[in-house]
Design a protein around this ligand. Structure first.
Ligand code: NIG
Ligand code: FE
Length: 419
């Protein structure tokens, strides 16, 4: 009998979500690896065994036992695209959008991202941390155990580095592990209005090298992302920024095809980006490219929903092409202030045509691969970090079906029960 720290047993459904070597691709998406009356054993923050309750209980004993009878046990959600941290809110702009103004119109008039940039530049590091902490605590209670966190509301070197510092401070203050992404090319700041090329030069010559020094000091892996969009950064500017970033050791992500398809997804695949995100207006050629490459397509259904747009990520076409699909919130104060991966699953089932099983894999295993952490998190396989959710439902299919209430009964992060 082997002693471990924690056993969760008698789960009506234990969803292992197999796939340590890669995301579940194409029409193979949706393999949950369900064990009925399942159990999971955890030692030293890591999953050491899963199986039927009788087998696990005959092989292992633990100080802490959790009876999950009548409940469903799944991997913690991974949210691979958020714009946390930011400062302030834009409730007034939402009101203007309800009255008919479009997102890009508000941005062109100096609102939108620029409005949050003004607030974020003014905020001190400690204010930024205090403002974002409750947001992450709510996400954790809704089952997100790891997330990506982007800069992008600084748009000058000092504030972009302050945002990176705040991500590290937030990492130390709460349980969700944050993977940092540097996004200085999120918008052209007002002081560079009409001089996008000069701003791109600043990003390449000043901001990326400064961030690379920051990375060397902290020793954390980091991504670089670009908002490749009509009226923001074009395909050539995106390519130059990402190539420089890659040469400095950044892994890559791209905001592609949110409003206009410019070829950002194809570029992401060509550059071996870890993910290409948004993908609403994605041309068929780019969808085919996803099937050939390793880049994970990240659908963000909270964004068209938040903008009251009709069009969503063409998930079925991406899967038919053999692509790997993940889901994320895009949590940000402009287009999608959504902190719940459960809500994202509900939207993906309705507007992207996913089954609950496909959405669940896209929100866990494939989402982990979308931040390059698929070998450590995202499933309940042996050797992975013990990031586990116990749901207040007997059947995983209640996810997506029900929305607006929290179905999470318990969150376990690295083997610790979060109270
Ligand atoms: O992913 N598209 C660019 N960035 C965000 C919106 C950011 C904002 O409006 O503050 C997005 O939708
Ligand atoms: Fe985004």
């Amino acid at each position: 009998m082997q002693k471990v720290d924690l056993i969760i047993h008698s789960a009506t459904q234990l969803c292992i979500v197999p796939g340590a070597d890669g995301p579940q691709r194409g029409l193979g998406l949706g393999d949950l690896g369900i064990v009925e009356n399942g159990a999971v054993a955890v030692a030293d923050r890591v999953i050491v065994a899963t199986g039927e309750t009788a087998d696990i209980r005959s092989d292992y004993s633990a100080r802490t036992m959790i009876d999950a009878y009548g409940r469903c046990v799944i991997p913690g959600f991974v949210d691979p695209h958020t714009h946390i941290p930011w400062y302030g809110d834009r409730a007034g702009e939402f009101e203007s959008r309800l009255a008919g103004a479009t997102y890009m119109e508000i941005m062109a008039e100096g609102g939108g991202i620029m409005s949050t940039v003004r607030d974020t530049r003014r905020a001190r590091l400690d204010e930024l941390v205090e403002d974002n902490l409750p947001r992450l605590e709510r996400m954790l209670r809704y089952g997100t155990t790891s997330a990506e966190a982007k800069t992008g509301y600084g748009l000058n070197t000092a504030t972009e580095l302050k945002l990176l510092d705040s991500i590290m401070a937030l990492n130390a203050r709460q349980a969700i592990e944050l993977s940092p992404t540097f996004l200085p090319a999120h918008a052209v700041p007002q002081e560079y209005e009409g001089r996008t090329e000069a701003y791109v030069d600043l990003v390449i010559q000043d901001m990326l090298p400064a961030a690379a020094e920051w990375v060397a000091e902290y020793g954390v892996p980091i991504f670089c992302d670009v908002f490749c969009e009509e009226g923001v950064f074009d395909l050539d500017q995106t390519r130059r920024i990402l190539q420089t970033a890659a040469s400095l050791g950044f892994r890559l992500k791209v905001h592609a095809d949110e409003f206009v398809g410019l070829g950002g997804t194809r570029l992401a695949v060509q550059l071996g980006a870890v993910s290409a995100d948004h993908l609403v207006e994605t041309p068929q050629e780019d969808i085919e490219a996803l099937g050939q490459g390793s880049t994970v397509a990240v659908g963000l259904p909270g964004t068209p929903f938040g903008l009251a747009h009709e069009k969503y990520t063409p998930a079925k076409a991406i899967l038919r092409a053999g692509g790997a699909l993940a889901l994320a919130t895009d949590c940000n104060p402009g287009t999608s202030w959504c902190e719940s991966m459960q809500m994202v699953i509900a939207l993906a089932c309705r507007y992207m045509g996913l089954t609950q099983a496909q959405a669940l894999v896209a929100a866990t295993l494939n989402a982990a691969h979308a931040i390059g952490r698929g070998r450590e998190i995202g499933s309940l396989e042996n050797g992975k970090q013990a990031d586990i959710l116990i749901l207040d439902t007997v059947d995983y299919r209640q996810l997506g079906y029900r929305y607006g209430t929290n179905l999470v009964n318990k969150v376990i992060k690295r083997g610790q029960i979060i109270e």
